[in-house]
Ligand binder design. Sequence first.
Ligand code: GAR
Length: 193
Amino acid sequence: MKNIVILISGAGSNMATIIQAAQREHWRERLGARVAAVISNRVDARGLTQELGVPTQVVDHKAFATREAFDAALQQTIDAYQPSLVVLAGFMRILTPGFVQHYEGRLINIHPSLLPAFTGLNTHQRALDAGCKVAGASVHRVTSELDHGEILAQAVVPVVAGDTADTLAARVLSQEHIIYAQVIARLLQDEMR
Ligand code: GAR
């Protein structure tokens, strides 16, 4: 069985749609894969309160003096599941190069912009300020350079008159929910071949 581990920091809506896609599309039977665990760096992550039948764990970054110490503890927690894929779904921590290297080829992220535009934070407000006519989200492999790495899929949405960062974020998020599970299923399929 191929294990998927999802890392979250917040609402966990991407996490939920991935877990639901796995159930609905029978990933276990078709792809020999399951979401084995959800791990949060925040005790108060809203995503932890969703009852989705997947074990959850917390590795609280505030309990560690350095980024390296946190990443080492996180890595140990993840590796207990021997994951084929580690999925960052609104995981808001910068990862150390050692951590990223350890998961090379099996670590992916979703970012709320059309990369390489708008890496980092406040992507929607920055897209509005720049006068963009379209916005979107990107699923990409994680490298030690923030929000870089091979782009695996993108979704494009229009920017409409009167948009605020919140309305644009909601429009983008609804597309994130479609493309992230699709990419994961494709990667698992490729691995099966
Ligand atoms: C999503 O929009 C995701 O793209 C973004 O955080 C949100 C998490 O929502 N990720 C980043 O900004 C990573 N740099 P969710 O917790 O409801 O899935």
